[in-house]
Design a protein around this ligand. Structure first.
Ligand SMILES: N[C@@H](CCC(=O)N[C@@H](CS)C(=O)NCC(=O)O)C(=O)O
Length: 219
C-alpha cells in the first residue's frame, strides 16, 4: 500500500494535502523529527528520523519519505509531483508548458521562499521573535522574501491559481512554503494578490483536512 512517512508537523503536509484532495487511500506513518525528542534513542522513544527502522527506509534521516510498491521517493516536492501525476488528474500539469510552470513554482518555493519563511516560523516557535536578535532576523528574512513574493504577486494579477486557471500541485507546494511565514503579523499585507491566493489555498478541503490532522498531533 502507498505509505507516507512523516509527522504532519513537517514537509509531509505537501503530499498528504494532495492525497486528501484526491481521496487517495494511503498508510500514514507519523515519523517524528529526532531533534524534537529529548532522547531519540530511548527505548520508549516513538519512531523518529534517527530510528534504525526509519533509517532503513531513508538513510538520510529526513521526512517525508514515500513507498509505493517498490518505489522509494524522498524529497517532498518529488513525492508530491509523483502523486499528482499518478492520482491527481487535473492537479497535475497537462502539457509541457504547464510542466515547466509547475516546476518553476516548486523551485522558487524551495530555493527562495522556504528558507527565509522557515526561519521566521522558527523564531516564533522558539519565542525569540520579540527579542532584538529575533527582530533583526525577521527583518532580514522579510527582505529576502520581497523578491520571490513580488514575482508571485505579479503573476497572480487577474489569476486565482498559479498554473492553467485551476488549482494544481503547484499551488500546494508553493503555498506550503509561503505558509511558514504566517506567524509574522502583517507579513503578506504588501502582497494582496498573494495573500488572497494563500487564503484560497487554505479554503481547499484537502488543506482543511490536513491542517485539522496536523493540529491534532502533539506540538
Ligand atoms: N528537502 C527535503 C527536506 C526534508 C527535511 O528537512 N525534513 C525535516 C522535517 S520537515 C526532517 O526530517 N528533519 C529531521 C532531522 O533534521 O533530523 C524535502 O523537501 O523533503
Amino acid at each position: 500500500m502507498l505509505t507516507i512517512y512523516g509527522a504532519l508537523r513537517s514537509r509531509a503536509t505537501r503530499p498528504i494535502w494532495l492525497l486528501y484532495e484526491t481521496g487517495t487511500p494511503f498508510q500514514h506513518v507519523p515519523v517524528i523529527q529526532s531533534y524534537r525528542l529529548p532522547d531519540p534513542h530511548a527505548p520508549d522513544a516513538p519512531l523518529n528520523t534517527a530510528s534504525a527502522d526509519f533509517l532503513a527506509i531513508n538513510p538520510q534521516g529526513l521526512v517525508p519519505a514515500m513507498l509505493d510498491g517498490d518505489l522509494l521517493l524522498t524529497e517532498s516536492l518529488a513525492i508530491t509531483y509523483y502523486l499528482a501525476r499518478k492520482f491527481g488528474g487535473d492537479l497535475a500539469p497537462r502539457d509541457a508548458a504547464e510542466e515547466g510552470q509547475a516546476v518553476q513554482w516548486a523551485l522558487l518555493g524551495a530555493t527562495a521562499v522556504e528558507g527565509p519563511a522557515l526561519d521566521i516560523a522558527q523564531a516564533h516557535a522558539k519565542g525569540t521573535a520579540d527579542t532584538p536578535e529575533g527582530n533583526a532576523l525577521i527583518t532580514a528574512r522579510t527582505e529576502a522574501l520581497a523578491r520571490p513574493f513580488a514575482r508571485i504577486e505579479a503573476h497572480l494579477q487577474g489569476r486565482d491559481w498559479l498554473v492553467g486557471d485551476r488549482f494544481t500541485v503547484a499551488d500546494i507546494v508553493l503555498s506550503e512554503c509561503v505558509r511558514y511565514a504566517m506567524a509574522q503579523p502583517g507579513i503578506y499585507d504588501a502582497w494582496p494578490a498573494l495573500k488572497a491566493w494563500l487564503a484560497r489555498c487554505h479554503a481547499r478541503p484537502g488543506w482543511q483536512q490536513m491542517w485539522a490532522a496536523r493540529n491534532a498531533e502533539p506540538a
